[in-house]
Ligand binder design. Sequence first.
Ligand SMILES: [Zn+2]
Length: 279
Amino acid sequence: MRVRVLGSAAGGGSPQWNCACPVCQDARRTGRHRSQDTVAVSGDGTAWYLLNAGPDIRTQILGTPELAPGPGLRETPLRGVLLTTAELDHTLGLLSLREAVRLSVYATPAVSAALETAFPLRPMLASYTELHWNELTDHLVLDGGLDVRRLTVGAKRPRYAAGVAGDDWVSALRLTDTRTGASFVHATCLPAWTAAFDGFVAGAGEVLLDGTFGTDDELTRTTGRPGSARSMGHLPIVESRPHTARHPGTRFRYGHLNNTNPAAGDDVVADGSELLADR
Ligand SMILES: [Zn+2]
């Protein structure tokens, strides 16, 4: 099983174009940029799936040799996109995939409804490509021997979808290679560490966790803007880290960093990081 982080930042990336906070200024100075949250996964190293499609997707794909097209003229190893939320930083990239001969997208009913009505990306895409829109159910089997389990972890709608019904807005995914048993959990938007989530990660080889904010008051402290991490649907790192200690056989790393989050170190991913590499 292969897991590659294409983008390790939350919406806006780092540096964010209009932000002069210390983390963004440092990113400008050092050139250490983070693009927006997208992960590529493959069971057999041949058939690849994207977990979310952010606005930086074109550059991310061009920088990932495993996703290069060929040998057929329009042949691509990309078999589909799984959406864990309907947020713009997870869905805008679909529009950049419109050149595909065919495109498979997997989304929950709530996410699908948002992208059908509030932000009609689905009908727009269908005008450009042969669009296969599938329900992201609680259990899926994908090409390349990938078994996918889904857990609803949050009910926060994107701002643009305030009037859209549904409750399965935010998903965690557990992907297992059916031949080797290797498994990876993707939870870059995690509002709370529930008993259900604890069971979901138990025994996984590696988990990519919500690293949006280091602390609950980070955004207000840095920018003066109101809003705690929890109120925005993100469990801060200081609160999830104690839970990870109860799973010593599982490696936890943080992604989806907001540009205000200076977190660094072995348990923070960068663009291009390969997960499960040592498993
Ligand atoms: Zn900033």
